[in-house]
Design a protein around this ligand. Sequence first.
Ligand SMILES: [Zn+2]
Length: 368
Amino acid sequence: METVREGGVVVRVPEQPEHGAGEAVFFNPEQELNRDVTVAVLRAFRERKRAETYLDATTATGIRGVRAAADGWDVTCLDVDAEAVELARANFRANDLRGAVRHRDANVELHRNRYDVVDVDPFGSPVPFADAAVRGARKLLCVTATDTAPLCGAHFRAGIRRYGAVPRNTEYHAEMGLRVLLSAMARTAARYDVGVTPLLSHATRHYVRTYLELDGGAGVADAAVDELGFVHHCQDCLHREHEAGLLSHPPERCPACGGERVVTAGPIWLGAIREREFVAATADALDAEMGTADAAGKLLATLEAELDEPTHYDQHRLSKQWSRAAGPIDEFLDALRSAGFDASRTHYGGTTFKTDATVSAVRDATSG
Ligand SMILES: [Zn+2]
């Protein structure tokens, strides 16, 4: 066992094997940023709506639940592994915090009881819990997916089976994964006449994470479904077309270059992946006790400023395509703005950007 200090709590976690999941109760130190942002989101959400109960559906060491309890939430944690349950209970006791830790599958628990906030943060895909989570969450549903290969199209057939959407492996793969996950969650919720609003979402390293506000009613569920659609992506010139709706009409040829290598992905979520005001409120709720406060602050600032265009570009990929040297990204974006376009950096990577210009317009505007 080793001791981990994080966000004002101290928990005991088993030593982790160097590779793979292993036998020990799983603890991922790389997810500290995820957990810091979670605590800040929960604070911001409490300002938005009355919320008291929080369910950590796949708790493992209990750290997520312990941190929520330390912040005043009425916490319940679940795990199907008896060892994890014992460990999570010990971690609540060690911090002198109250929390119910149950040896129970999340699907069973969410069938019986409802919670203001449900957090599904499993090892792998959240899909096995998605239906129960939508029904068992009253106000906010937090979802992590670490199966990025199916989500982004690297494991094509697995992505189709699991998420009911056609993913495509593009240079914006992290955003593809996030939008496939949002699409799957929106369609899952719509089956129960529940509408989702992404308050905050991000793709960081090897996972995607989203915080969905839930509202009941056929109208709000329809509104969420209306945010779905397709991206038609030209593999030759990197031009994209975004098409709203659940009927896809792929162009036979790329409207920009006439090439025939156009692939279609979807239905993906084409709408905004976050609400700007909520992201700002979340950034305000970070505190100095959080180990990743600086990194989380930067992430949230970028996320807040990011344009809502559904797919981003990578400056280096375009420069390679055009056999150009890639200059500083800020000068590149300034050139776009000078030509009358909107442009922003994105949180998907240091050389990524969003713009309302087409690929050929980007090429002309930045030819320098
Ligand atoms: Zn093309």
